[in-house]
Design a protein. Structure first.
Length: 439
């Protein structure tokens, strides 16, 4: 097998940290880092520190940071394709994996490794072709990942017998193989579902994101530029979100990368997580239809927002479990729209909604974050370049999210993290604790 410098460097970076971590826990394991309330337990454990994720951290006020770098910093400092202004996703993957900014050569190595590993076995395509065309793309995506599990290097190595210290090695192979194949699988699902099964072969000369756009059928350079941005900013959101936590949880049982990532994608498919992006664009289109297709005024948007809430619904794309400011990923997409497609109608409406909604939501006491999240903008950008099949948008999210959650999964195995098994209690037990606290 050809030498893999990325793998060799990861071993030098990650493996010494496992011993450091063991010593750290031995010396500091009894240190108390916080407390939690009954409300937190019942409200989805929000804010409770219960896991370690090396790749990113979400600050309520600053937004997401990848290994300490903000999105504006990464858009400026990560390597870019020749002539482009947006970063290559290979670069942020390298950053999450190694903990340092990549050089252009580092990014080229990652891109070449993925290109060499991108061949998808025919049985995966055969399985997809057997499915109903109206099956949701995310269901098809998860099933294809599960089918690929037959190729797991980790599962085969574990079956033969493997030292715990070596778990990271075959996991690396699974992670890189899976990431390499995801754009081909996603594009195949898109073309069979929406384009009469007319498929487009990959172009080995293109970078990972540009090749994905090409296989989807979008060779406009601006769409490739958008795909680089999209696949960069959706990669990770610390470890507590559903797709990241699920991948980590299933992986903690020593399930391989395919089983773990498929589980994470089933979580991403939920309307309170990744499916929200298609809910946003559907809401924007419904808004336009409500006003007979015209561009609504801010007053009309205000009235439609109130109607949405009066109907007992939420305004999709607004609010976040952790953030208490506008999502920097939303800002990045808004800047992209204003720079490259300033006259796009849907993007203009998104920007007007951004002016109208926060003041309304700020007056509702139970709403802690009235600001837009990443999903509030992405659909309008994709639709501008011709991708109006919004049921597919979450698959794009999934391809991007693979970079973060699979880098984290590899770190889990390198650091020797154990199976996750939090305690649970009954409501009666909780009530008894509350009674004791008042005595």
């Amino acid at each position: 097998m050809k030498s893999d410098k990325i793998k060799e460097k990861f071993a030098k970076v990650a493996l010494p940290k496992a011993a450091e971590l063991k010593d750290f826990i031995k010396e500091n394991g009894n240190h108390v880092i916080g407390s939690y309330t009954i409300e937190q337990v019942y409200s989805g454990m929000k804010g409770m520190v219960g896991m370690v994720t090396e790749t990113s951290k979400l600050d309520p006020e600053e937004g997401i940071r990848f290994r300490g770098y903000s999105i504006p910093e990464l858009r400026d400092q990560l390597p870019k394709a020749t002539g482009d202004s947006e970063p290559l996703p290979e670069g942020i993957f390298y950053l999450m994996l190694m903990g340092e900014l990549p050089t252009e050569d580092d990014v080229l190595q990652v891109s070449n490794i993925w290109a060499r590993r991108s061949n998808v076995p025919k049985f995966v395509f055969d399985m997809l072709d057997s499915l109903p065309l109206n099956l949701h793309p995310m269901t098809q995506f998860s099933m294809a990942i599960m089918a690929l599990q037959k190729e797991s290097v980790f599962a085969a190595a574990y079956r033969k017998g493997l030292s715990k210290k070596e778990y990271w090695d075959p996991m690396y192979e699974d992670v890189m193989n899976l990431i390499a194949r995801l754009p081909r699988i996603a594009a195949y699902i898109y073309r069979r579902t929406y384009k009469n099964g007319v498929h487009i072969e990959p172009d080995a000369k293109l970078d990972w994101a540009a090749n994905f756009a090409h296989m989807l059928g979008y060779d406009d350079y601006d769409m490739k530029r958008l795909m680089r941005l999209y696949l960069t900013i959706h990669v990770d959101h610390e470890g507590g979100n559903v797709s990241a936590h699920t991948t980590h949880l299933v992986g903690s049982a020593l399930s391989d990368a395919y089983l773990s990532f498929a589980a994470g994608m089933n979580g991403l498919a939920g309307p309170l997580h990744g499916l929200a992006n298609q809910e946003v664009i559907r809401w924007i289109l419904d808004l336009r239809n409500y006003y007979d297709g015209a561009v609504p005024t801010k007053e009309q948007i205000h009235d439609y927002v109130m109607k949405t809430m009066d109907d007992g619904k939420v305004v999709p794309g607004y609010g976040h479990a952790v953030l208490r400011k506008t999502d920097p990923r939303f800002i990045a997409q808004m800047e992209f729209a204003k720079k490259y497609i300033p006259d796009d109608v849907n993007c203009r409406i998104v920007h007007m909604v951004y002016e109208v909604v926060p003041p309304i939501l700020s007056n509702i006491k139970k709403i802690k974050n009235p600001w837009p999240n990443v999903d509030a903008h992405s659909g309008a950008l994709l639709m501008h370049y011709g991708m109006d099949e919004y049921d597919f948008y979450t698959v794009l999210f999934g391809v991007s999210r693979a970079l973060g959650v699979l880098a984290s999964l590899l770190w889990d195995r390198a650091l020797g993290h154990p199976i996750e098994r939090p305690g649970s209690v009954t409501s009666d037990w909780m009530k008894n604790q509350a009674v004791k606290a008042t005595v």
